[in-house]
Structure formats: structure tokens, C-alpha cells
Design a protein around this ligand. Structure first.
Ligand SMILES: Cc1cc2nc3c(=O)[nH]c(=O)nc-3n(C[C@H](O)[C@H](O)[C@H](O)COP(=O)(O)OP(=O)(O)OC[C@H]3O[C@@H](n4cnc5c(N)ncnc54)[C@H](O)[C@@H]3O)c2cc1C
Length: 190
């Protein structure tokens, strides 16, 4: 999921548009992550690879206290697709940069129920398993199937749960190794 276009790196990038409080701050270096290859390119980069990193989704659950010296990985991985339509669940894959509410709305338009209670929550799909977002009696862990992540410490990609386990539990969800960047999330709409 994502594209293979060249990595986009910005210096002294304003973060005000990227946090919902609108706090004025800058990132010394901001990398727009549009696919797994961008994260791998950062990790392999002779300078950026060794720098501390901060993963940024929609910026709705962070409070910036000043300029960010860590390399900001702004997750913009796009994509939505139904990957499995079984008797117990329909598995939908979303890029980690997809907006949560737009993804819920899209699911409903496909005739898939299950994610509607936590509609309207700000943020991205990639942050949703990290935060285990929830509202009105449904948490992501109730619908989560698996995610693809990149483990920075090993620079390796992994899927946190096998896709053959549609009822992934909170334990599986929280087994994501840190530091890691979720590049896609696979909620199961029932
Ligand atoms: C008005 C308002 C209402 C809200 N209502 C709810 C609610 O009802 N229920 C609820 O659960 N939450 C709610 N939230 C909290 C917020 O919406 C969630 O925490 C959401 O998941 C944050 O997503 P984000 O993309 O903005 O994450 P960010 O704020 O960008 O990041 C949050 C954390 O997740 C990490 N992160 C982000 N993306 C990734 C990724 N792809 N891989 C690895 N780590 C990542 C970041 O490093 C950071 O530590 C609300 C927030 C606001 C402002």
C-alpha cells in the first residue's frame, strides 16, 4: 500500500497545519511518508537514519511544546480496499494516512457496518490501533484484525497479527514493537 515516488523531505517545516490545537512550531526535518519505502529510505539514510524520530498522524492527540528536533515522519499513506469478504467478517485495508472518519464513511457506503459508533473521531487510521480509539461502546480492538508496521530497531516490516485471526485482541494490538510506524491498519467490519 502506498506509492513509490521519491521521498519528500522538508526542512524547517511549519507544524501548525499538522496539529489540531494549531500550535505554532517547526520540524527541523519533516518527511512525508507515502509508503513503506519512504520509511525504509529514512532508516537507510546516512544522516536521518541515526536521528531520533517522531511519527505524526493527524496531530489530534499531541501537544507540541516547541520546535521538534526529531525527524518528523508525517504519515500520509493512502489506500482503501476490501481484501476479504468472509461469512464472519469483511476485512478492509486502509493506508495509515487515511482519515479515520472518512474511512468509516467509506465503509458504510460499501454497505459495511461495525465502525459507525466511533465515527467522527479525529485522526488517522495509522494512529487508531496505537491509541485503541473508541466511542459509544466500541473500541478499535473490537474490530481490529492486523496491521503492517516497520520496526525501526530492526528496520524490518512485520504484520502484527496473522490475517487469519479476525478477532484480534487488545493484547495482539498492543504487541506492536516500539518504536514502529504503522503503515496500514486492517479493521474488520462485521
Ligand atoms: C475533539 C477530539 C475528540 C476526540 N474524541 C475521541 C474519542 O471519542 N475517542 C478516542 O478514542 N479518541 C478521541 N480523540 C483522540 C484522537 O482523536 C485519537 O487519539 C486519534 O487516534 C489520534 O489520531 P492522530 O492521527 O491525530 O494521531 P497523532 O495525534 O498524530 O498521534 C498520536 C500518537 O500516535 C502516534 N502515531 C500516530 N500515527 C502513527 C502511526 N502510523 N504509527 C505509529 N504511531 C503513530 C504518534 O507518534 C503519537 O504518539 C479525540 C481528539 C479530539 C481532538
Amino acid at each position: 500500500m502506498g506509492d513509490n515516488s521519491p521521498m519528500i523531505v522538508e526542512q524547517n517545516a511549519p507544524l501548525q497545519p499538522h496539529n489540531t490545537f494549531g500550535i505554532v512550531a517547526k520540524a527541523r526535518t519533516l518527511v512525508r511518508v507515502r509508503g513503506e519505502s519512504d520509511v525504509q529510505a529514512v532508516l537507510a539514510h546516512p544522516e536521518l537514519g541515526a536521528e531520533p524520530k517522531f511519527v505524526l498522524g493527524g496531530g489530534s492527540n499531541i501537544v507540541l511544546t516547541g520546535d521538534v528536533k526529531a525527524v518528523v515522519l508525517k504519515v500520509e499513506v493512502a489506500g482503501r480496499r476490501i481484501v476479504e469478504d468472509g461469512p464472519r467478517a469483511t476485512i478492509v485495508e486502509f493506508g495509515a494516512g487515511e482519515n479515520w472518519h472518512e474511512a468509516v464513511t467509506w465503509s458504510i457506503e460499501q454497505g459495511l457496518g461495525g465502525l459507525e459508533n466511533p465515527a467522527l473521531i479525529p485522526g488517522t487510521m495509522g494512529a487508531s490501533p496505537v491509541q485503541n480509539i473508541g466511542a459509544y461502546g466500541i473500541e478499535l480492538q473490537d474490530r481490529f484484525e492486523s496491521l503492517d508496521a516497520i520496526d525501526w530497531s530492526r528496520a524490518a516490516s512485520s504484520r502484527s497479527t496473522p490475517r487469519s485471526a479476525p478477532s484480534a485482541t487488545a493484547t495482539r494490538c498492543s504487541s506492536i514493537r516500539r518504536p514502529a510506524t504503522a503503515t496500514s491498519a486492517w479493521p474488520a467490519a462485521r
